[in-house]
Design a protein around this ligand. Sequence first.
Ligand code: PLP
Length: 409
Amino acid sequence: MLNENFLKLSGSYLFAEISRRVKAFKADNPDAQVISLGIGDVTQPLCSAVTEALHKAVDEMAQQSTFRGYGPERGYEFLREAIVENDFRARGIDIDADEIFINDGAKSDTGNFQELFASDIRVAVTDPVYPVYVDSNVMSGRGGEPDALGRWTDITYLPCTATNGFVPELPQGHVDVVYLCYPNNPTGTTLTRGQLQLWVDYALSHDVLILYDAAYEAYIRTPDVPHSIFEIEGAQRCAVEFRSFSKTAGFTGVRCGYTVVPRQLTVRDSAGRRVQLNPLWNRRQTTKFNGTSYLSQRAAQAIYTPEGKSQVRATIDYYKENASLMREALTDMGMRVFGGTDAPYLWLQLPEGVSSWQFFDIMLNQANVVCTPGVGFGPSGEGFVRLTAFGRRESTTEALQRIKTQMTI
Ligand code: PLP
């Protein structure tokens, strides 16, 4: 018998529908040069510190004396130590290498972590949301049924709208686990230290676990925006953090990220005893995951060298410059734009009465530019589209020029 929860999920409707519409448009308009501001993938190549480390690691693999097979289960110490030193100690956060689990990117762990919990726990997500949190819980039977708006009856949705400044309100009813993602995909907005402290205080007082996705941490420059939830007092007792090198260093094809599961973090068992999550996640990983390649881990280590740091920062600055050009141009056109300051995503509010799919079609037809309809990330995304700053500079400026001169909305 099938796990029929899988049947409840539609295929990846959003991106399949985007590509269907773009394909149809191109078939009707073979000369149109379509530019995508919808992609969530990076376009700039790996920096030289990373490629040199990769070449060196490949050469090691070719020698009997330096060849490496299976690596340590939590990841190589050289990488976990570099992470501890640079991502945490440098920010005054006391995280130990044993609390770091290297993975093949944040998608796996953000999707898999829910396996540690009972099937009847209540999950809360922000709306709009990165779909992996919702879909992985639906697969495990925690979704209930979809309602008319596409929300799952057993999942608690926390609307993030222009009205609340995209800051989710604390849940009204009981929840066990909350997924938070900051800087946010898709809205590109962030939480201040004070706003995140409220969440941590809530989690500690209500025995709620926060699964904190900081995949876009590297884009933060505003001083009051925390880079890690562990900058917040008490967070090591109530939160897990997911990080990724994908958008930090162009690792979407290399594959490497990590998860922080603090030793202090415990959850209840059915007898009310407190159980540490760190050894359980280790148990899960050692059973189901055989590690990230040595090559990827050496590549990731190189990001933390002085050259690596400055090269990676230059690429992030390039995308951030795209984002700021986009913000400026769209705002000048009279549009209301959120995000894009500490994130590679811009969340564009549409004129009253224009749906996100209608805007998608208008933008495609009039400017030959692709965006991502906000409603695809949840009902509160209706009335918005997501634009990404990951394009090449020339295509980004060309797209802005076309939006300005060819669009009549
Ligand atoms: N988390 C968020 C919010 C994302 O947007 C993405 C990628 O788009 C990921 C996690 C997964 O990234 P990766 O698996 O490439 O590390």
